[in-house]
Design a protein. Sequence first.
Length: 119
Amino acid sequence: MAQDMKFEIPAEMREFAEKSMDQAKQAFDGFVAATRHAVGTAETQAKTLHSNAREAGQLAMNFAERNLTASFDFAHRLLKAKDAKEVTELQVEYIKSQIATLSEQAKALSEQASKMTAK
């Protein structure tokens, strides 16, 4: 007798279950899409930050190299100076040049820092 009993889901319950499943699937798909978008945005921002940090590092290295080269050139000219007057002139020229260079470099580094924080 137990074998003769048929289990049947009423049409209303089946329809309700199908709608519920469709809604759950849509919600899940929306969640996955939003997550993918968030991950993509984070990756883009990380790449931009990494790129900007690399640029800032390269800029600082270029400035350091330029400043050291100027210092070595100055030291070399000092060694060839013939008297105290020439030493003084070289010193004044070097200081003026370094003030202008450091001002230019500070401006460039400031612009780079602004670029990094703007993104």
